[in-house]
Design a protein around this ligand. Structure first.
Ligand SMILES: [Zn+2]
Length: 653
């Protein structure tokens, strides 16, 4: 192995060797060629992007004497690298080109000693004295002040090149004296190409995955990439052997879990399989993978899933392989955006906890269990998952209840359970439409539990409004069977919300009564439309839009009803006699979603449903709902969610 590092060995010696900094190179070469050089240059950019290499090339270009056939009397756009000036600068032996590391020379005395006191002397060997000050932002305030006087009126024979990774920390008075150049991070492809290029020069075979893993770990710093490549060469290659670096070698060297392990982990999240993810974690730990890097890898994968989910990035933008992208899309389609965001929140939190923890394994295991068995936890994200599960169940129940009317006899059966239940079921009995019976299903459950001091108070308010409404529901129910649900946050049309105050409810009740007296028992088509929920109005508008703009899509969904439109998901119901249409629309689901997404200018998912005749005994159904709510919350609640039970955080029912 060579005694100099790969980075030094392959450091760019000419402007044309520099990769990835085209703007900087072109500007510098033009100013050199035209002879309009600055006295003070400021090179800004992340570490390992070639600032110091460029500074040395600039020093050579300023001082190059040229070859015998092509001598230069002044600066040149490209140094010859052969003359004594070029060679002495490259070797670091030129007395007039000084590199100063500001990080270790922060005090004002050093700046005076190296720069301020000596700047007046003419160069001894070459044309220009060049001061390259690395990490210049590390200088103290007094050092900057001492330097400022020199920078304001530098002697003609002096050029300063200030390099920094953090220009924000440099005083504005200094920056205003400088000609500023911004260096870019290297792209993944540039780094991969450079790694392969250098490996070839070193007679080392490196496979694509290995080069990519090294490039990714370097995060755009070529120096870091070459240091890792050198480590990999030490790690894998014995001198004289067939020198080869594989992706698996690099993964082991860097302690990376790898795409396959991350994909399996995410699959475990989707399947909610705690056993699978814990086994995977165990395997990775046994292989000696770095648990901090695992969090970073997982987070990056979830970020990509999120971008794919909202269609904000394609394969090219993500810079990934075909196979990887297909796997990514497959997983993104299996979960909702909210779930991905939830996972990202949990893993970010995990990353934070890892930094302060002695037991990384335990931290990981806890989070993996929380993510794969959310019903076990009592933190906010677990409660959210439980509420989501409930919402799905309730939504399914609404579908069922739309197909039958509850028999009055149940009211008597339930009144034994207590007064509150009797009141709530009275509403249930009198309502025969989907809209009102579903309200009663939702509300009657909390009422049943309210007597146990279990539910937060505002649930009670909703119920209060239901009671005065009940008699009128009975009288209007024949006409109000619109079968339309609720809408929120889709931003289309007007969203009417029922006011929580009893007086407002009264007004609504009166208007409903008036409508009944004015019209016949069966309201006209127009009347029915007016009574539809806001989701219905919204859907009618959307259907009209489709009929106008996208007739082919309209043909698929015409005559359907909208059960709900919430959080980007529109639930669309086909009547039970339209199975063929339902199946045709299901096949075209993605197309319909795309058209709706375009129309709404936000991601829309649709949930297609076919109306069915229910065969479930209504009383069983009612008890099922009660049990569902109780089970979902394991019969307990937290003090922050309960009213007046702060002293007893886990009130058991
Ligand atoms: Zn030269």
């Amino acid at each position: 192995m060579a005694s100099v590092s790969l980075f030094q060995k392959y450091r760019s010696q000419k402007f044309e060797d520099l990769i990835g900094q085209e703007v900087v190179v072109r500007t510098l070469k033009n100013s050199l060629a035209s002879g309009r050089m600055a006295n003070v240059y400021l090179f800004c950019g992340p570490r390992g992007t070639g600032k110091t290499s460029t500074a040395r090339i600039l020093a050579k270009a300023l001082n190059c004497e040229g070859t015998a056939d092509n001598p230069h009397s002044g600066p040149t756009a490209e140094p010859c690298c052969q003359c004594s000036a070029c060679r002495s600068i490259a070797e670091g032996s030129c007395l007039d080109v000084l590199e100063i590391d500001a990080a270790s020379n922060t005090q004002v005395d050093k700046i005076r000693e190296f720069i301020v006191d000596k700047v007046q002397f003419a160069p001894a060997q070459v044309r220009y004295k060049v001061y390259i000050i690395d990490e210049v932002h590390k200088l103290s305030d007094s050092s900057f002040n001492a330097l400022l006087k020199t920078l304001e009126e530098p002697p003609k024979h002096v050029v300063f090149i200030l390099a920094t990774t953090d220009p924000e920390k440099i005083p504005a008075t200094i920056i205003s004296r400088c000609q500023r150049y911004n260096f870019q991070r290297f792209t993944l492809q540039q780094t991969v190409d450079h790694i392969k290029n250098i490996a070839a020069k070193e007679n080392v075979q490196i496979d694509d995955l290995a080069a990519e893993l090294i490039a990714r770990s370097s995060e755009g710093s070529m120096r870091d990439a070459l240091v890792t490549l050198e480590q990999a060469m030490f790690f894998c290659c014995q001198q004289g052997d067939n020198q080869q670096i594989s992706g698996e070698d690099v993964r082991g060297l860097l302690g990376l879990a790898g795409a396959e392990a991350i994909q399996n982990l995410v699959s475990g999240f989707i399947a909610q399989d705690a056993g699978q993810v814990l086994n995977l974690l165990n395997e990775l730990i046994n292989k000696g993978r770095n648990l901090n890097k695992l969090a970073a890898e997982l987070l990056e994968y979830l970020r990509q899933m999120m971008l794919v989910c909202v269609k904000a990035a394609d394969q090219e933008a993500l810079g990934v392989t075909d196979n990887y992208f297909q796997e990514l899309v497959k997983r993104s389609q299996l979960v909702k955006l909210g779930t991905i965001l939830n996972w990202i929140g949990s893993i970010s939190e995990l990353q934070r906890r890892l930094s302060g923890s002695q037991n990384a394994r335990l931290v990981w295991e806890t989070v993996l269990i929380q993510l794969t068995a959310p019903l076990a936890g009592t933190d906010e994200s677990s409660l959210l998952a439980r509420i989501e599960a409930l919402e799905a169940e309730v939504s399914a129940l609404k579908m069922l209840t739309s197909s039958y009317s509850v028999q009055p006899s149940i009211a008597q059966a339930k009144s034994a359970n207590g007064n509150a239940v009797a009141k709530a079921s009275a509403v249930e009995v009198q309502a025969s439409s989907l809209e009102h019976s579903s309200i009663s299903v939702v509300n009657s459950v909390p009422v049943a539990v309210a007597d146990s001091g279990f539910v937060k108070p505002n649930v009670g308010k909703v119920v209060k409004n239901t009671q005065p409404l009940a008699p009128n529901v009975a009288t209007t129910s024949s006409g109000a069977a619109s079968g339309e649900g609720q809408i929120d946050d889709l931003g289309w049309g007007t969203t009417t919300k029922v006011s929580a105050s009893p007086s407002a409810t009264k007004v609504e009740v009166e208007s409903k009564s008036a409508a009944v007296t004015k019209t016949s028992a069966l309201p006209s088509q127009n009347e029915t439309k007016n009574k539809q929920g806001s989701a219905g109005k919204f859907w009618q508008k959307l259907l009209a839009y489709l009929e106008d703009k996208k007739p082919s899509i309209f043909a698929l969904v015409r005559g359907t009803k909208c059960l709900s439109a919430r959080q980007g998901v529109i639930v669309i119901k086909f009547e039970s006699d339209r199975q063929d249409d339902y199946e045709a629309a299901s096949k075209e689901r993605t197309n319909i979603e795309n058209v709706l997404t375009e129309a709404m200018q936000r991601p829309i998912q649709i949930d297609l449903r076919l109306g069915k005749v229910a065969t479930i005994n209504p009383q069983d159904e009612y008890m099922h709902t009660v049990n569902l709510v109780l089970n979902s919350f394991a019969g307990q609640t937290l003090s922050k969610y309960a009213n007046g039970s702060a002293s007893d955080p886990t009130t058991r029912v």
